[in-house]
Design a protein around this ligand. Structure first.
Ligand code: ATP
Ligand code: MG
Length: 640
């Protein structure tokens, strides 16, 4: 799938996750140039025409919703038997991942999350769309903490025929409302119930009902009372427990009437004056409560088992034929009743003996190793359900907590859940090479790291050029450190002056400075023959990247149109006994070059060589003790 293009515009980049029905990929929409999430229906559903029609209809309905707390559905499509939904890509994690990571979510954080989910549901309900599959896996928490609900209505596409295909759809049974579990009509109140379960899970770390099979979980939704969340998390304010209790009433009639009502309750539940309010009691009298406990219907069995038990052969009671005398009837009744009582008495004791299970106290296994805990629980004839959790505090293989808590009276052979520490969570080091330095902090937010800088010819300055440990390595945040090497760009040196040097001299200066000799060109110039008159591309004093090749221009002698003459200069001192004489020349070779600097007596003649070019005449300036004595101009045009 990776690298494939769908609908001529969505390029599949990377797998993000997968549930029971679909696999989710990160993809790029080339048309609108944005990242999207692509949900591709698993192939076993791709051949079920009925299902496809329902899937597309629901996805299109969801696409009509637009709300900041709802994952936007952009497009629904089909290509080569592949059914897909294009959605807004939410970078972050699912609420499930968050709960698993943290163990449980503090109430100050959980209540606002629930309120944002209410916002999303309220908007959907106003548009007559029921979610039907509210669970932490379908709640995405974006980078900025924004809560986004996804998969609106998709669950509706799943029927009893498809429900058993996969483990994950069945997984939803933990969040099913009683009416959904029974296969009845599910409406707004079902979403409220499921949200109640999500809130329960957030604040306690566990769903209220679990079991070995989907049926057993569904039955618990129908028949069992939840363990009040305060019993698991005693810090929980009564007001928050009340919200949970009120959303989890089995009879939809007595739940919150709307999501809005639940949200209003959530809004004030953390107000100080409400924290210790009286416990919520559902308004159900005894008759009512027996009425709402439903039986396991064949539909339910079918829904959860995928087996058709609807065709059970119930035998109708047939009344006896013919007439009987009244007194005979009386005796028959008497015999029947006495027999009934005898059988009932024995039967009752017999049944009791079958169902009577002795009770034991749960031993304390917290802070034991898993093996010790297993032994201790086995001694009490209790079963162990092992759940693994990361923990920064409890060492690996030690029990973090147990459910039920120590000292509870439970039936023999019942199950005790132990949470075993997997030690501190290990994090996979991401691949950083090639990233700009500013992204390192984001990528390594949870890790300890250090930045080290080195020059590099290959990587631009500020780019990550290396890392230890390598990408993909698992590290422990508290112990390990990631060292990231960031390029300083190329190292530079100060360019030395090469003008006037011979090729050999220039080369040795270049090598000493970490530079190299580049091409050497010979060209006519006014510089002395055989010396460098130009260095390229760096001038003396500028900074050059080390290792750069420097091109040298060597003078091959004066150009053809140069004129070179020797000008005799006679200096007469007159009545001065001696003087310092300096002669400066400006000509084609350069400005104000000192040719002579000497102390003379009486007089002396100097032969001053000058070189003229068509654009540069020559000037000879003679100084006597620092003062100009004479300035002589020689024009190019006057020389034959
Ligand atoms: P179910 O099949 O019951 O819906 P599920 O919700 O766990 O189960 P999917 O809906 O297929 O499975 O989602 C799988 C994973 O893909 C999610 O857990 C989530 O990590 C990721 N995911 C889903 N939608 C998005 C999205 N819009 N943006 C980013 N990641 C997403
Ligand atoms: Mg989902």
């Amino acid at each position: 799938m990776i690298g494939k293009s769908l609908g001529g515009r969505y390029e599949v980049e990377q797998r993000i996750g997968g549930g029971g029905m679909a696999i989710v990929y990160k993809a790029h929409d080339n048309l609108l140039n944005r990242t999207v999430a692509l949900k591709i229906l698993r192939s076993q559903f791709g051949h079920d025409d009925d299902f496809i029609v329902r899937f597309r209809r629901e996805a299109q309905a969801a696409a009509s919703l637009s709300h900041p707390n709802i994952v936007n559905v952009y497009d629904v499509g089909e290509e080569d038997d592949i059914q897909y939904i294009v959605m807004e890509y939410v970078e972050g994690s699912t609420l499930k991942e968050l709960i698993t990571k943290k163990g449980l979510i503090e109430v100050e954080e959980a209540v606002p999350i629930a309120m944002e989910i209410c916002d999303a549901l309220d908007h959907a309900h106003h548009n007559h769309i029921i979610h039907r599959d509210i669970k932490p896996h379908n709640i995405l928490i974006g980078k900025g903490g924004r809560v986004k609900v996804t998969d609106f209505g998709i669950a509706r596409a799943v029927t009893s025929a498809t429900i058993t295909h996969t483990g994950s759809v069945i997984g939803s049974v933990h969040y099913f409302s009683p009416e959904q579990a029974r296969g009845g009509i599910s409406g707004e109140k079902s979403d409220i119930y499921s949200l109640g379960i999500v809130l329960y899970e957030m604040v306690t770390g566990n769903v209220p009902f679990s079991g070995d099979s989907p049926i057993s979980v569904a039955l618990k939704h129908l028949q069992e009372e939840i363990v009040p969340p305060k019993e698991i998390n005693p810090k929980l304010p009564q007001s928050v427990e009340n919200v949970i209790l009120k959303s989890l009433v089995k009879d939809p009639l007595y739940r919150y009437q709307s999501v809005k009502e639940m949200q209003r309750d959530l809004k004030t539940c953390l107000d100080t004056e409400r924290l210790n309010e009286p416990k919520f009691m559902p308004k159900i009298d005894d008759e009512e409560s027996t009425r709402v406990i439903p039986a396991i219907t064949p539909e339910l069995m079918e829904r959860l088992n995928g087996q058709n038990t609807a065709t059970g052969n119930r035998q109708e009671y047939q009344p006896p034929q013919g007439k009987s005398k009244v007194w005979l009837k009386g005796i028959a009744w008497l015999v029947f009743l006495s027999l009934f009582f005898v059988v009932a008495l024995y039967g009752f004791n017999f049944i009791l003996s079958i169902f009577y299970v002795p009770e034991v106290n749960t031993p304390r296994v917290e802070n034991m190793t898993l093996q010790e805990a297993q032994k201790a629980l086995a001694e009490k004839d209790l079963k162990v359900l092992i759940k693994e959790r990361f923990s920064d505090e409890v060492p690996q293989n030690m029990i973090i907590k147990q459910e039920p808590s120590p000292g509870m009276r439970v039936k023999e052979n019942s199950e005790v859940t132990v949470y075993v520490s997997k030690g501190e969570e290990q994090i996979e080091v991401p691949d950083l090479v090639g990233l700009p330095e500013r992204l390192v902090e984001v990528q390594l937010a949870k890790l300890n790291y250090e930045i080290e800088r080195k020059p590099s010819d290959e990587y631009a300055s500020g780019t990550v050029m290396g890392q230890t440990p390598a990408a993909g390595t698992l590290v422990t945040p508290s112990k390990d450190k990631v060292v990231v090497t960031v390029s300083m760009g190329r190292q530079t040196v100060v360019m030395p002056n090469l003008i006037g040097l011979t090729v050999e001299e220039a080369e040795s200066v270049l090598l000493k400075n970490g530079l190299k000799k580049g091409t050497v060109k010979n060209e006519p110039s006014y510089s002395p023959k055989g010396t460098v008159f130009r260095q390229y591309p760096f001038q003396a004093g500028s900074r050059a990247p080390s290792g750069t090749e420097i091109e040298l221009m060597i003078s091959s002698g004066y150009p053809k149109d140069a004129k070179e003459i020797t000008e005799p200069v006679l200096v007469l001192l007159g009545d001065q006994e001696s003087a310092n004489i300096a002669i400066m020349v400006t000509d084609a070779r350069g400005k104000d070059r000192e040719i002579v600097n000497k102390t003379i007596t009486q007089s002396e003649t100097f032969d001053v060589k000058v070189v003229l070019s068509p654009s540069q005449d020559a000037t000879i300036t003679i100084y006597n003790n620092g003062k100009i004595m004479e300035k002589r101009n020689i024009r190019y045009s006057t020389i034959p």
